[in-house]
Design a protein around this ligand. Sequence first.
Ligand SMILES: Cc1ncc(COP(=O)(O)O)c(C=O)c1O
Length: 386
Amino acid sequence: MYQHLYQHFLNARPGLLHCAPHSHYYWPDITREAQLAYWDDSARFADEKWGYLFTEKVPELQKNIADELNLANPDQIVFAPNTHELVYRLLSVFSAAEPLTILTTDGEFHSFNRQSRRILERGNVTLECVPCEPVYNFAERWHAAVAKQSWDLIFISQVFYNSGIVAPEPKQWLEFVQDEKTMIVVDGYHGFCALETDWAPYEHRIFYLAGAYKYAQGGEGMCFAVVPQGCRLRPEYTGWFANFSGLAKEQKGVVNYSEDGMRFAGATMDFSALYRLNAVFKLWQQEELNTATRHAYITKLQKAFLNHIDTLNHAQLNRQNLLLAENVEAVQHGHFFTFLLESAEAVEELADRLREQGVATDYRNNRLRFGFALYQNPSDFQKIRG
Ligand SMILES: Cc1ncc(COP(=O)(O)O)c(C=O)c1O
């Protein structure tokens, strides 16, 4: 139904049913012109490029993201090439010499998982990881962990990357946070531009991380954080963008930071993804394809997919192996399904077999993930034989 918007990627990979958009979404055709526009602007502005980007292009993207998340303060949004960089900048707020307590889950993406396990080696860090499964009582266990003590850092996804299940919304557990100084971070990568997200109730309190290369369809190189308003934290990992307006002043003594979200910025980066992402937001406006409309279409695809696998009577691809919230009829689910199989080998074998059938999926350990995208049609899943 929307395939005409993705002709370049679809034609470059003929015959393939791409079920891994939750990993890397195809880029809509319009992003190709945006990529060239970045080249042309680089030629036009050369040394003056940064001034132009920060006065014209960055505010445009900040506004697009603020509108998407219903934020009142677009200038609290800061950019980085990937979320890992933002995660490390957040961690660098805490002195390595001081004890650090972290509460998180075992369903966080690799960059956070690795980084938080690595800093455990400092010897003064404690990390409590709440298991995401069993799913039916995760919310209860998470609330109890939040309330248990005063934490320095609480880090949780909006939608878990290894199941597609939506995590409990902060409004359900924020009141249990004991310390107003606790840094709270929500990794929104699998929610952003997939599920309608109203971040207004949290924009003064919670960091929100996300980026372009999944459902926002702008490709890699453009991630962002929403920094709570009034935040005065001083990340140790800091670059010259973090005080862009103070650049002309003498650079000596105490390090100053921007008053807005830019205090968490780094340094020189390739902004072509910013152009692509702005182009995608424009496309959605032109096509009247807002997040609610896109989500409704994805839900339709998910139903068609389930109806098809029901007919297969497959030993592995079946509803018993599918990870879903208990009350899935009442709550939303992310834009991919995850099948939990007996072993990593079984998953790899099945993914290889599917690939031979022309179906691209992806997997993590013993979990096979099927993603849903605007460039699929409900009838496409007939191709899956399993
Ligand atoms: C939940 C989540 N967060 C973040 C990312 C992106 O991480 P990074 O920008 O560090 O590559 C991913 C990518 O798959 C993810 O699944």
